[in-house]
Design a protein around this ligand. Structure first.
Ligand SMILES: NC(=O)c1ccc[n+]([C@@H]2O[C@H](COP(=O)([O-])OP(=O)(O)OC[C@H]3O[C@@H](n4cnc5c(N)ncnc54)[C@H](O)[C@@H]3O)[C@@H](O)[C@H]2O)c1
Length: 344
């Protein structure tokens, strides 16, 4: 790839607002949120990123990580999407026991963005909000492609991700009539309903147990905890033909048999899933992968082909989505002169 006129134009646009090579912008979580990016914006940006990924118009090596303890990881997530002039890396952690041990989120992180022509860092921002938004966007874009006429949606896990998944669900699944939610913590379900119900027109029902929710819903998602040993909370015998299952917590929540017997097992990144497999997250072996989520959205590969298919679409999160959403946040921060300038 060469420096083309597009890249130079982008550099000049940034240079009008920032001294590339001498300074960068730091954005707090609040400043990121204050840029006013809507759920619709995140859906559009994430869709663009997934389609570029599906067309192979990207560079994104599989996450590399360090693991200070068993069951925790730090991941470096670099990506480049040429069409969006978005290049950078997210540095995130996943500490599943943070909420119970320290009353801190499972996942925090930072995103760094760079100028493409010179490579200089131009921004550093909190990435918690980006992760909280682009993850449900991926799930719900996949749900729209696989099950657009769904009338029932079930969400397992009512924490940060669960709340956003329910909010995003009504944006892409336009025919929803009922949403079931389930969490081992009663207060998490109550909190989700309190926060989301006033914002959406679809009834949210507190699930009695995982079996009831699984048997009541056409489309299901889970955002609970990622552990190496599957908990298999949802038994395979509760799952039936025609359902669409969209975990964002890898293999932990579902009976591994379900993913293996599904008519299609779609993932956001084959490379990432092979990496997690090598790290020991699929003790029963990685299911046979049909295609990638982005390929389905780009029309390169088929998603659902008939109403009978049982489809599992598992998305572990891709840096291409982070840098595209992050670049839009930076653009708005530069235009509005928001953030703290840090000398390099
Ligand atoms: N795929 C991605 O891109 C991506 C991105 C961010 C987070 N995640 C993953 O999503 C999951 C949720 O993240 P979060 O930030 O919402 O965490 P959170 O701690 O805010 O929420 C998790 C919720 O799941 C509930 N839970 C745990 N075990 C459960 C079970 N067996 N049955 C029902 N509920 C259960 C907890 O009580 C909690 O309310 C984590 O595993 C995280 O690693 C994935």
């Amino acid at each position: 790839m060469k420096i083309n006129a597009d890249i130079i134009a982008d550099r000049n646009w940034i240079l009008e607002k920032l001294e590339i090579g001498k300074e960068m912008v730091y954005l707090t979580k609040k400043e990121v949120i204050d840029m006013g990016i809507t759920e619709e914006d995140v859906l559009n940006l994430t869709k663009d990123a997934l389609i570029e990924h599906g067309k192979k118009e990207y560079e994104m090596p599989a996450k590399i990580g360090v693991h200070p303890f068993e069951e925790v990881f730090f991941h470096a997530m670099p990506a480049y999407i040429p069409s969006k002039k978005a290049v950078g890396a997210k540095w995130i952690e996943c500490y599943p026991f943070n909420p119970s041990k320290f009353s801190l989120p499972q996942t925090t992180g930072l995103l760094i963005l760079n100028d493409i022509s010179s490579g200089c860092p131009i921004a550093l921002m909190d990435s918690t909000w980006i992760t909280a938004m682009r993850t449900p966007a991926v799930t719900m874009l996949a749900a729209e492609a696989l099950h657009p006429d769904a009338e029932t949606f079930g969400m397992f896990g009512c924490g940060i991700q669960g709340i956003e998944h329910v909010k995003y669900s009504v944006r892409t699944l336009k025919k929803l009539k009922k949403i079931y939610v389930y969490d081992t913590k009663e207060e998490a379900m109550d909190n989700l309903i309190r926060e989301v119900q006033p914002k959406i027109g679809v009834e949210i029902i507190k699930g009695k147990n995982p079996e009831q929710v699984t048997k009541s819903c056409e489309v299901l998602s889970s955002a609970t905890i990622i552990l190496k040993e599957p908990h298999a909370v949802v038994k395979d015998e509760w799952v039936s033909k025609g359902q669409t299952i969209l975990p964002c917590d890898l293999n932990t929540f579902w009976d591994p048999v379900t993913s293996k017997r599904a008519d299609k097992y779609i993932v956001d990144s084959i490379e990432e899933f092979e990496l997690f497999n090598n790290m020991g997250y699929f003790p029963d072996g990685l299911p046979k992968i049909s295609c990638e989520t982005g390929e389905m959205l780009a029309g390169v590969n088929k998603g659902r082909e008939n109403k009978e298919e049982l489809i599992v679409c598992s998305n572990i999160g891709m840096a291409v989505c982070d840098v595209v959403v992050g670049r839009e946040i930076l653009n708005r921060a530069l235009v509005n002169n928001v953030g703290t300038r840090l000398e390099l």
